[in-house]
Design a protein around this ligand. Structure first.
Ligand SMILES: NC(=O)c1ccc[n+]([C@@H]2O[C@H](COP(=O)([O-])OP(=O)(O)OC[C@H]3O[C@@H](n4cnc5c(N)ncnc54)[C@H](OP(=O)(O)O)[C@@H]3O)[C@@H](O)[C@H]2O)c1
Length: 297
């Protein structure tokens, strides 16, 4: 059913796909602009949203936890499962990526503070902890094909697993991250990069991922806080949305892009439609290229 398998603009008994170049959808010569000048990974934002843009039910309902994950899945039913599986396969094929990205907000509730009860760090060891921690044993681990990257500038996530299947955890921290937390990550053998003073400098962190770890493509499956910050920093190249036929509402409920409001005089990011997939039950897949990644700042 995927729109990249050659059946463009057709009905296949389960839905309709319209590709770039058809039915008023802008023609593209290539889905992915040239990588040439980019000093950071190409960034695809890949999330599932209600028609009104919400990516969860309410600010404190993490979709990684039950009963919320099942309730969210029920909104889309079988066709959403199918479309999301096709999206994952397309991302692997079209954008082979070496990292995914989440924010701490996907893993801990909004009111969670820094991890407590950690060992103190002697003053003479503090400076060394602000250096990136990329132990060779992890970086060169056979079998890993992706980094499970998490922005956690406040040190809020206590890890129960640091490696799952093809994924190793990579934490993005800043110089404001509690030093005890960086010590904890080191003791646990968890990789981290330190970028930024007050909070994680996303542009610098992404550049470092490319330079130090060879990450040329990254798929952000984050919530609105992190994706909004990426958008404002001009770091989003492509958007791959699955839209569920539901409206959730609720001011403050995370959306596809949150973060600071658009500054006076700034232009919103311009998007160019790549393709549309319409399922019979109203589930959509919408793919856009960001035409001006620096817009909206
Ligand atoms: N439907 C979906 O596809 C989907 C996908 C993902 C998540 N979700 C849901 O969305 C909710 C979480 O969304 P959320 O918006 O609360 O959390 P979020 O997207 O994780 O946003 C918070 C994260 O963004 C970082 N951040 C925010 N602004 C930043 C900036 N200017 N510079 C650097 N970093 C910045 C924060 O850093 P610090 O850690 O340093 O504070 C934090 O890590 C959860 O309910 C989750 O289940 C849904």
């Amino acid at each position: 059913m995927s729109e990249v398998d050659g059946r463009h603009g057709d009905t296949d008994g389960e839905g309709v796909s319209i590709m770039a170049g058809e039915h008023g959808v802008a023609a593209l010569t290539d889905g992915r602009p040239d990588d040439g000048e980019r000093d950071r990974p190409y960034v695809v934002v890949s999330v599932t949203t209600s028609v009104d843009g919400r990516v969860t039910f309410a600010p404190d309902r993490l979709l990684m936890l039950e009963p919320h994950s099942s309730a969210w899945r029920a909104l889309g039913g079988e066709s959403a499962d199918r479309v999301q599986a096709a999206r994952a396969a397309d991302l692997e094929r079209e954008h082979p990526h070496q990292a995914t990205l989440e924010g701490s907000g996907s893993l801990v509730p909004p009111d969670a503070g820094p991890v407590g009860g950690l060992d103190p760090v002697p003053p003479e060891e503090r400076d060394a902890l602000y250096a990136d921690h990329l132990p060779e044993a992890v970086v060169a681990r056979p079998g890993r094909t992706k980094w499970f990257t998490v922005v956690d500038g406040r040190g809020r996530v206590r890890w129960t697993m640091k490696s799952v299947g093809e994924f190793d955890v990579l934490v993005l921290a800043s110089r404001a991250t509690p030093i005890e937390y960086l010590g904890y990550l080191r003791r646990e053998g968890i990789c981290y990069l330190v970028a930024g003073e007050e909070r994680v400098d996303l542009a610098a962190a992404l550049r470092r991922m490319r330079e130090r770890l060879g990450v040329t493509t990254l798929v952000s499956t984050a919530g609105g806080g992190l994706n909004g910050a990426l958008l404002r920093a001009g770091l989003v190249d492509e958007l791959d949305l699955v839209v569920l036929p539901t409206a959730i509402g609720g001011a403050g409920t995370p959306t596809v892009f949150d973060g600071p409001v658009l500054p006076e005089g700034a232009t919103p990011a311009a998007l160019r439609l790549r393709s549309v997939r319409v399922e019979d039950d109203g589930v959509l897949r919408l793919r856009y290229l960001v035409e001006r990644a620096d817009a909206g700042r």
